[in-house]
Design a protein around this ligand. Structure first.
Ligand SMILES: *Cc1c(COP(=O)(O)O)cnc(C)c1O
Length: 383
């Protein structure tokens, strides 16, 4: 039999209109930041994050760095965050000298365990950074209440969560700041890109300045000041309008992309139910009050050995199913600069050793989806 092509874990959706918009952007000569496509992308994005004001950035990593600058994080300040996340969530704050305080995740949603957050608060705590894993909302009512009681900011690393909802509210609208990613691996992508979302007008005004090298150039372009000056410590966090052109085409197809991703996610959930029960594998728990955006389909295999065998089994069938996240609390930098909250990060270690993600992208056709399902159901963990 002929070798069948490999089914990737993810690949960006080729949205109709991308090449046309990019060509238009190049032809216009308006290729620097904050051009017409940036304005259009921003207008398309804001309703998806609950109406908060958005600034496109060069990445989610950079939007997180902006968040740390906006909150005036100082050396020695503490920031509470999960260890089970991408390194950027933590790096952004460590770059300002913060001490990351790693709190464990829940074994069912893989989100920050809201019952452990308050015990991690000290007099030096300045922020809680939540990551909505797979776009399943963290328990924001509980976390928000702890933050209010202690006068701490909540930042949402919403890299997974575009289009998700918690108790009816859009993810990205629940913290004082939120960050989005348009990396090639995310639901909507422009290769490398992101956005900062702000629900606070004062922070938003400062964010515009920090993003433009610390100058009020944005106000100057709007005719609000007669010259632009150095107003704040900042950097260059705005993407080229060429990338924003790509993003416009992607955002115009948001509903279609999401509809297909949900079909695939639901097929995994439904068609693997018997296999999961038979093998003792479990999927991510989605609470009744959370609407997820089909960003990740994660499976927990019974043991770490089963996970390794499962990944090898799928690889032999030409299917890429990667694991993640390698815990940050006991990584070389995390262990040196951070501290672990009360109770440790045992769940993080366990989930990290047993979790695997299935192929999920809008371009995955029914035949390939069938191949993935067939390969999975042919796998039996060694008892
Ligand atoms: C992808 C991701 C990031 C980083 O996004 P970039 O746009 O690549 O900088 C940060 N946090 C989480 C949780 C992510 O999944």
């Amino acid at each position: 039999m002929a070798e069948r092509p490999t089914i990737p874990f993810t690949t960006p959706f080729p949205a109709p209109g991308e090449a046309k918009y990019v060509a238009e952007s190049l032809a216009s000569g308006l290729t620097s930041g904050d051009g017409p496509f940036t304005r259009q992308a921003t207008e398309l994005l804001e309703p998806l994050v609950g109406g908060g004001r958005c600034l496109l950035t060069t990445s989610c990593t950079h939007a997180l760095e902006m968040s740390a600058l906006l909150l005036d994080i100082q050396p020695g300040d503490e920031v509470i965050l999960p260890s089970f996340t991408f390194v950027s969530t933590v790096n952004a704050f460590v770059l300002r000298g913060a001490v990351p305080v790693f709190v464990d995740i829940r074994p069912d949603t893989f989100n920050l365990d809201e019952t452990l957050v308050e015990a991690a608060v000290t007099g030096r705590t300045r922020a809680i950074v939540v990551v909505h894993y797979g776009g399943v909302g963290c328990e924001m009512d509980v976390i928000g209440e702890v933050a209010r009681r202690h006068g701490i900011a909540v930042v949402e690393d919403n890299a997974h969560g575009l289009g998700g909802r918690y108790r009816g509210s859009a993810l990205g609208s629940l913290g004082v700041l939120a960050t989005q990613s348009f990396h090639a691996t995310k639901n909507i992508s422009c290769g490398e890109g992101g956005a900062l979302v702000s629900n606070d007008p004062v922070l938003f005004e400062r964010a515009e300045i920090i993003r433009e090298k610390g100058t009020n150039r944005s106000q100057f372009y709007r005719g609000m000041v007669d010259k632009y000056r150095w107003m704040d410590v900042g950097s260059s966090y705005l993407p080229s309008d060429v990338l924003a052109a790509l993003l416009v085409a992607q955002l115009e197809h948001f509903d279609a992309i999401q509809a297909r991703r949900h079909e695939i996610w639901s097929a995994y959930d439904r068609d693997l139910a018997d296999w999961r029960a038979a093998t003792g594998s479990v999927g991510q728990y989605v609470p009744e009050h959370c609407e997820h955006p089909a960003h990740v389909y994660a499976l927990l295999l019974p043991t770490a050995e089963d996970r390794t065998a499962f990944i090898e089994h799928l690889a032999a069938a030409g299917i890429v199913a990667p694991f993640h996240y390698v815990p940050l609390h006991d990584s070389p930098v995390g262990a040196r600069l951070g501290r672990v909250g009360e109770g440790g990060c045992e769940v993080t270690g366990d989930v990290s050793a047993r979790l695997v993600r299935l192929p999920l992208f809008a371009g995955l056709g029914d035949a390939d989806l069938g191949r993935v399902l067939e390969a999975i159901t042919a796998f039996a963990p060694s008892a």
